[in-house]
Design a protein around this ligand. Structure first.
Ligand code: SAH
Ligand code: SF4
Ligand code: F3S
Length: 482
């Protein structure tokens, strides 16, 4: 996941262990299985990498394939179709995918009729070049072309390799009901928009995901209602820049803003928690903050990536805000929602970053008081503005040293943040057994912190309980039900 930086792997692992995974974090090869249609003959095996958006897309893919008569398997040897949903965000993410293809190749040697498909951002980035570079691949499908999967698979069964990497301006898969793979039955992700119209100079996402478009607000609310009726108690609304959500209601001919959308979802039930990711500092409005403050079930947690604490670097990154603007946004959050937790994404060693500018990032981490951060060192991506315009001139050693300093500081700050919670009582949504002991439950508070506490009779995942915090580490809070 963070193997970009093996020296600090352990610290990072601890940092991320029990938190929601925001859009930007690469998740490694999770294999997902669904229980529907198990008796059907054709089977697919799917691995997902990258951000939550990609994992959400995997649930769309599963739905499309299930309608086409496929069932899923966790065992690649017994599958007829192997799919890998890929990420391009950093070089390391793409290396991982190529390594997995080597493994799939071994399976295919034993079973030549096996079809291998590459989906997602790396498919979009490399397009038909993928078929030339990786002989084992039969189909290449971009993020907006999943409806075409049955046709591409059928073509491959007839021996025709296929590519569909068409990027749409409209596709939101609004009418496809995602198959909730590997779900805990309590929390689910809902994709509210696709693509990204920002052009952060380091970022490949606008090229792999295309233009930004927002999904029909009523279909989002209907999905939230359906999840609630099925026992889910938390939804996370997903988009690369949720604050620029804008959907034109054809009946009223008025646009629905993000603030209005979270209110509509919050009104599904006071017992349905609403979260979202990712907020962009340039677009996050006080209207959203006031709406969060108004509804107890909209969680007091904002993932507000800063990327760098220095205004010159932010300008080179084309983030379109500066240090002063970012600080004002953070101050507004703490003013309007005093107990809100804020987390961040940070890039160390961007082109031309000086030691002093790196210090600005450190001081921002301290000043903003992030509860946690996802931290990366810069990885040049082909085709991005930065790759075209700037030299990737910070030596790897320097990048690694800077990221280590950032991680160490964030780790300290997370611990301090958590220590302030000792003695407090939080409303916690039970998600399931703790990883370490079946005697303990785990669940999150509104601030998105994971709490571990001993079970009590009569309680089950999906219930809310009040938990008093007794002890903390930098990653988790431990407590007891009161
Ligand atoms: N839309 C979100 C983030 C999407 S990408 C946002 O704007 O905040 C997730 C994170 O990956 C980014 O926030 C950034 O910190 C990191 N990232 C993106 N491109 C990168 C690159 N080329 N090198 C290193 N980290 C990168
Ligand atoms: Fe990438 Fe910037 Fe869009 Fe986030 S907002 S996905 S970092 S271009
Ligand atoms: Fe997500 Fe990676 Fe694509 S972070 S949008 S899967 S490049």
């Amino acid at each position: 996941m963070y193997n970009d930086n093996p020296t600090i792997e352990d610290v990072k692992k601890e940092l991320r262990t029990d938190h929601n995974i925001p859009l930007g974090e690469e998740r490694q090869g999770e294999v997902l299985e669904l229980s529907a249609n198990q008796e059907s003959s054709k089977k697919f095996y799917i691995e997902s990498y990258g951000c939550q958006m990609n994992f959400s897309d995997t649930e769309i893919v599963a739905s499309v394939l299930s309608d086409d008569g496929f069932s899923s398997t966790r065992n690649m040897e017994e599958s007829d179709l192997i799919l890998i949903n890929t990420c391009s965000i950093r070089e390391k993410a793409e290396d991982t995918v190529r390594k997995r293809l080597r493994i799939f190749n071994k399976v295919k040697e034993q079973k030549p009729e096996l079809i291998v498909g590459v989906l997602g951002c790396m498919a979009e980035r490399l397009k038909k070049k993928f078929l030339e570079e990786e002989k084992i691949v039969d189909i290449v499908v971009g993020p907006d072309a999943y409806r075409d999967l049955p046709i591409l698979v059928a073509g491959a069964e007839d021996g025709n390799k296929g590519v569909n990497v068409f990027l749409s301006r409209e596709e939101t898969y609004a009418d496809i009901s995602p198959l909730r793979l590997g779900s805990n039955g309590v929390s689910a992700f809902i994709s509210i928009m696709r693509g990204c119209d920002n052009m952060c100079s380091f970022c490949v996402v606008p090229f792999t995901r295309g233009r930004e478009r927002s999904r029909d607000a009523f279909s989002i609310v209907a999905e939230a209602q359906d999840l609630f009726d099925r026992g889910y108690r938390e939804v996370t609304l997903l988009g690369q820049n949720v604050d620029s959500y804008k959907w034109l209601n054809p009946e009223t001919e008025k646009p629905v803003s993000f603030a209005e959308l979270i209110e509509m979802v919050a009104l599904v039930s006071p017992d349905l928690r609403v979260r979202f990711s990712t907020s962009h500092p340039k677009d996050m409005t006080d209207y959203v903050l006031h709406t969060m403050a108004k509804y107890e079930n909209i969680c007091n947690y904002i993932h507000l990536p800063v990327q760098s604490g220095n205004s010159r670097v932010l300008k080179l990154m084309n983030r379109t805000y500066d240090r002063v603007w970012y600080k004002e946004r953070v101050e507004s959050i703490y003013r309007i929602i005093p107990d809100c937790a804020i987390s961040s994404d940070i890039i160390a060693g961007f082109c031309t970053e000086t030691e002093e500018e790196h210090q600005d990032t450190l001081s921002m981490i301290e000043w903003a008081g992030y509860s946690m951060s996802y931290m990366f060192f810069y990885s040049e991506r082909p085709g991005t503005l930065a790759a075209k315009k700037f030299e990737d001139d910070i030596p790897l050693d320097t990048k690694k040293r800077r990221i280590t300093e950032i991680v160490n500081l964030q780790n300290q700050m997370s611990l301090i943040h958590n220590q302030k919670d000792i003695g407090k009582i939080f409303k916690v949504l039970i998600e399931g057994n703790s990883k370490k002991s079946t005697q303990d439950f785990k669940g999150r508070n509104s601030q998105n912190k994971m709490l571990i506490f001993p079970k009590q009779d009569g309680l089950e995942p999906g219930d809310y309980v009040n938990v008093r915090v007794n002890s903390v580490s930098s990653a988790t809070l431990k407590g007891e039900i009161v």
